[in-house]
Design a protein around this ligand. Structure first.
Ligand code: C2E
Ligand code: MG
Ligand code: MG
Ligand code: MG
Length: 282
């Protein structure tokens, strides 16, 4: 209307379709937990070169009644935009803590040592976030040092409430990991200002091992900086034996990726821990 009477703005049908698609996805997502459509998979983080289980990363899965499995890459951004991530993320925290504590009860020392949970920027800046984490720990009985929250560099880049949340996590004894490390705006600068425990070197760098001299130099340097700072450094997205061997030679002690394990169901994790198939419950 601002541009005068009798004119009309150009209508972009593709944009409209996308907006509707998002709205539909958001509406479905808002009832997905209560309908039992959401569950977690757990991808092992392993020690190099042994391949021993060092921890698990909880990864959300949505089995849509009509569409089938929807990728987190598709629905997490929608959940972030609509704020649904806050409730969804709280569910992920409760469920992953419950599962980790149940495995400790059942397997003792053989249980996966650490549980990592992805947390969005949107969750981190919620004033309730530290209380949500505390409640998940208290209700499950999981010791705080067994939990790691994975955040991205961009979430904490601006400081403010997100950085305060990181400090609150560490005050609780919860570990903090920088996920997709190296892809942010100021990865090195962040190491000075944001106190963390773990660096997860992004797959895009690991992909260059062993073929790219430049990528290998980055991967090596990040490990040296992280190790000098007494951080745990994990190479993400390791897909081949050659990469795993080379990363070990470059000094890496931890890795994660399809070469070792895909994200596993809870039952598959138990089989891996038990070393033999667990008979299905009858
Ligand atoms: P991320 O935290 O960086 O997780 C790693 C992603 O890479 C996972 O995808 C995992 O399945 C995949 N991946 C692991 N190893 C390999 C490999 O060797 N090759 C390849 N090509 N991919 C590998 P996924 O499960 O689809 O999750 C995608 C992203 O969605 C995650 O990236 C994370 O940012 C987000 N996400 C997943 N679960 C949650 C959650 O519970 N809460 C939040 N806020 N975000 C989540
Ligand atoms: Mg992650
Ligand atoms: Mg990652
Ligand atoms: Mg990544």
């Amino acid at each position: 209307k601002e541009s005068g009477r009798g004119r009309c703005a150009e209508f972009d049908p593709a944009m409209d379709a996308r907006a509707r698609e998002h709205a539909r996805l958001a509406a479905d997502l808002s009832v997905a937990v209560e309908r039992g459509e959401i569950h977690l998979r757990y991808q092992p983080i392993v020690a190099l070169p042994s391949g021993d289980l060092a921890g698990l990363e909880a990864l959300i899965r949505w089995n849509h009644p009509v569409r089938g499995p929807v990728s987190p890459a598709e629905f997490i951004p929608v959940a972030e935009k609509t704020g649904l991530i806050v409730g969804l993320g709280a569910w992920v925290l409760r469920e992953s803590c419950r599962q980790a504590a149940a495995w400790i009860d059942r397997y003792g020392d053989r249980a996966p040592g650490k549980m990592s949970v992805n947390v969005s920027a949107r969750q981190l800046i919620e004033p309730d976030f530290p209380a949500t984490v505390e409640a998940a720990l208290r209700e499950s009985g999981l010791p705080a040092e067994r939990l790691t929250v994975e955040i991205t560099e961009t979430a904490v880049f601006g400081g403010g409430p997100a950085l305060e949340a990181v400090q609150a996590m560490r005050a609780l004894g919860v570990r903090v990991a920088l996920d997709d490390f190296g892809t942010g705006h100021s990865s090195l600068g962040l190491l000075r200002t944001c106190p963390v425990d773990v660096l997860k070197v992004d797959k895009s760098f690991v992909d260059g091992v062993p073929h790219s001299v430049e990528q290998e130099a980055i991967v090596t340097s990040v490990n040296e900086i992280g190790t000098a700072m007494r951080l745990q450094v994990i190479a993400e997205g390791v897909e081949t034996a050659t990469q795993a061997e080379r990363l070990h030679v470059l000094g890496y002690r931890y890795a994660q990726g399809f070469h070792f394990d895909r994200p596993l169901t809870a039952q598959e994790c138990e089989e891996r821990v038990a070393g033999s198939p667990v008979p299905a419950a009858v």
